[in-house]
Write a protein that binds this ligand. Structure first.
Ligand SMILES: NC(=O)c1ccc[n+]([C@@H]2O[C@H](COP(=O)([O-])OP(=O)(O)OC[C@H]3O[C@@H](n4cnc5c(N)ncnc54)[C@H](O)[C@@H]3O)[C@@H](O)[C@H]2O)c1
Length: 248
């Protein structure tokens, strides 16, 4: 018996990194998954997962595309029990150099994308008695970095507000919503495997003195999607090897 037996999950950003790792883990634990991405790589993820997965091309920043994603999930599997809003982009730069173009690029995917994924997950889930929404934030949503992440941090802090609103507004309808704040995880976004070894300063501030693996974040998402976390909602959860626990 898997902890996610019988559950159906919609996962954005499933073509790469933590979204892909989550799709793999969810299927291994018994779920059926809808792998969504804008890149086309969602096809490969779903193909490798066999009958338990379908792929849907989706731009999380486009509402019609997100509506079509949840319609495709219902057509494929008849219900949605978990929605993982993983898709995101990094970027930004020093605040005094911020451009509107960069602001719109980052916030439209990292914040509006999560808002749309949360909105349509709620609409879909309440019809079948509820479900679990897991939104991807970042330790950048909890604090600022001298590397210049102001726009990204603003978008991720917005994810916290959206997550808490979903939890508070829809808790009585069976919806739980939580946000994960990963620390430094070696994915395509951060330069891939080996980046932390080449640049140890990136993980120096963590208690564990190492980068995280995408599967370690997926484990937390699996717990949040499962019935084992039935009293956990509205939480903003750092999964960062102790980075935000440390004094400088
Ligand atoms: N890697 C880290 O260290 C780290 C740390 C904290 C938070 N995060 C967050 O974790 C999430 C996943 O990041 P990752 O490291 O797995 O990155 P990744 O680059 O490996 O994967 C991100 C995926 O999102 C997809 N995507 C981008 N724009 C999209 C759009 N408009 N619609 C649909 N899909 C889109 C990409 O195609 C890609 O497949 C992001 O929200 C990111 O901000 C990452």
């Amino acid at each position: 018996m898997g902890e996610l037996d019988g559950k159906v999950a919609v996962i954005t950003g499933a073509g790469s990194g933590m979204g892909r790792a989550s799709a793999e883990l969810f299927v291994a634990r018994g779920a059926r998954v809808v792998c969504a991405d804008i890149s086309g790589a969602e096809e490969q993820t779903a193909k490798e997962l066999g009958d338990a997965a379908v792929a849907v091309r989706c731009d999380v920043a486009d509402e019609a595309s997100v509506v079509a994603l949840f319609e495709a999930a219902l057509a494929a599997f008849g219900r949605v029990d978990a929605a993982l809003n993983v898709a995101g982009v990094a970027g930004g730069g020093a605040l005094a150099e911020a451009t509107l173009e960069e602001y719109h690029r980052i916030t439209s995917i990292d914040m509006l994308g999560v808002l749309l994924g949360t909105k349509h997950a709620i609409k879909t889930m309440v019809a079948t008695g509820g479900g679990s929404i897991v939104n991807w934030s970042s330790i950048g949503g909890l604090g600022a970095s001298p590397m210049g992440t102001g726009i990204y941090s603003a978008a991720k802090a917005g994810v916290h507000a959206i997550t808490k609103a979903a939890a508070v507004e829809y808790g009585t309808q069976g919806i739980r919503a939580n946000a994960i704040c990963p620390g430094f995880i070696e994915t395509a976004m951060t330069g891939g495997p080996g980046t932390a070894e080449k640049f140890p300063q990136l993980v120096h501030g963590s208690a564990l003195k190492r980068a995280g693996r995408a599967e370690e974040i997926a484990e937390v998402a699996a717990f949040l999607a499962s019935d084992r976390s039935s009293y956990l909602t509205g939480a903003i959860i750092p999964v960062d090897g102790g980075t935000t626990a440390a004094l400088p």
